[in-house]
Design a protein around this ligand. Sequence first.
Ligand SMILES: C[S@@+](CC[C@H](N)C(=O)[O-])C[C@H]1O[C@@H](n2cnc3c(N)ncnc32)[C@H](O)[C@@H]1O
Ligand code: SF4
Ligand code: SF4
Length: 336
Amino acid sequence: MNQKKRTKVLGDIHDKAVKYLTSVDDKSSYIEYRKNFELASDFKKTFDYPIHIDLEIDNVCNFACSFCPIGQPESELGKFYKTKHEIPKEKIFQLIDECKELGVNSIQFSIVNEPLANKDIFEILKYASSKKFDDIFIVSNGSLLNQNKAIKLLDTNIDKIQFSLDAFKEETFEKNRFTKIKKPGLYKKVKENIINFIKLRDKMGKKFPLVRVSFIELEENKDEIKDFENFWNDKVDGIHFQRLTDYKKKVINFDEVKDKVRCNMSNFRLSIKSDGNVRPCCVGYGEKILIGNIFNSSLKDIWDSKILKDFQKMHKEYRSYENKACKECLEHSHIY
Ligand SMILES: C[S@@+](CC[C@H](N)C(=O)[O-])C[C@H]1O[C@@H](n2cnc3c(N)ncnc32)[C@H](O)[C@@H]1O
Ligand code: SF4
Ligand code: SF4
């Protein structure tokens, strides 16, 4: 059996993006970006800049999902979220400018946080969109997207938004995705927020942001996949299936597959955490790997650093197990 990708996508959201972009230059830039993204993620080419940046503007969330470090506050990874971290808005603007100069194509303004809980999010997204990247997007739990925020979000002109649901049945949603104080009717509200947001976008005659819903494949929701697809298929622009990183238990015997698994994350992206530390990926275990810090180095210097080049080479050569955190990550990820 070959290594699985960390995500599987239904409905080609990238074809839609190209179709809906109106300028010829924007279309060709997007096509080039996706081509480079695929080349870098297949280890076929290296680039002298990161194609994608994850920027965790803060580490705050109104949910405490069971499978996420925020929902596991006593765990080694969960501790980080017990103290608030936030990158100052001015520094975020500076980072956006730096990304533009470097040639970065896409920025996601979330890692482990709820972006719509941040008071400056709309200003930040608007600024980033005005700089004309190929892909500005957020991933959200959808719970805070009331009509007022929906209007503000549409005004930012971002390219995509992904809503994480991870369930079709209400009881599955409530078992895995919940707020710190239980809120009855939360699932219904999240679904309504997503559907109303799309209706509002369409009513305003906008094609963007494209909307994707996502589903982490878990033991307890695998029989809901078909219903999830059938329900969302004609409502959204894409459906994203994500493989679980199980922070609580090992899911592969690494010794049996160690020369066949590798991780492509660091080949195309950098992840900036809310304390300024730069990580090679957006996955929890990556929080144990330090590549640099934005408060004392430029993104270019971090991307060109020996530490990152050696790390990328290690993964390319199927030696991921040489890094303790990566070995642990691969042992806990459903990718084989
Ligand atoms: C950490 S959340 C941050 C954004 C937002 N709060 C949300 O939930 O959509 C980003 C994505 O990571 C996924 N995620 C969280 N924990 C995960 C895990 N252990 N394995 C795989 N994906 C995970 C979430 O479902 C979500 O789609
Ligand atoms: S909503 Fe997102 S960030 Fe918040 S706990 Fe759930 S997965 Fe984690
Ligand atoms: S921790 Fe290592 S193996 Fe896991 S996603 Fe990050 S870079 Fe890849």
